[in-house]
Design a protein around this ligand. Sequence first.
Ligand SMILES: NC(=O)CC[C@H](N)C(=O)O
Length: 233
Amino acid sequence: MKFAVVVFPGSNCDHDAYHAVKHVLGQPAEFLWHKDTSLQGADVVILPGGFSYGDYLRTGAIARFSPVMQAVTAFAAQGGPVLGICNGFQILCEAGLLEGALIRNRQVQFRCEHVNVRVEQVDTPFTQAGTAGQVLSLPIAHGEGQYFADSDVLDRIETQRQVIFRYATAAGEVTPEANCNGSMNNIAGVCNATRNVVGLMPHPERACEQVLGSDDGLVLFESVLRRLTVGAV
Ligand SMILES: NC(=O)CC[C@H](N)C(=O)O
């Protein structure tokens, strides 16, 4: 299965994602430049973390106009699996492929630490190898990760089970203390209505090997591999 990792000016987690897919998962992977207009036959698209265009204007607000985003949007519309990690999540929200917005952390601080997230739904291509309620230890590294949505959007994504990850305690309790950036309803990641586009603020690609302190992030990559080889479960 071919994974594509999109590189924007200012991406800084592109090599982390490439390493996780290519060397840990053992799958073919290629970088795409943001000016590319074709996904070159990719089966999965990853928008990695970083500071595209220096986070000027708003995070992801300029990157959404990169030429490659037209191809990503068309791929997503056909049901192709797309994963946005951190800045990738911000870009997907700005592009309208995911709902809501990522605003400045409640503490008005860049937060760089390991957090726990609870897997809420396993019927997405990026969580199907997990179990509902499973707690993943994943790093965060962001200044603008506070998930925000209008109340009607929030109600709808909750009702339609589009909240995929929530900040939680190690025991899986969703508490205000576990909410590392002040996100509404402790939301760490969401999917679109057709469930093939997933975005999250924590970095699963930086938690794919025990030597890094956790390999809990592997479940996202193993999930999409299973989706593409075996199908939905
Ligand atoms: N690790 C990242 O992707 C950084 C995210 C981002 N641009 C922020 O600080 O909010």
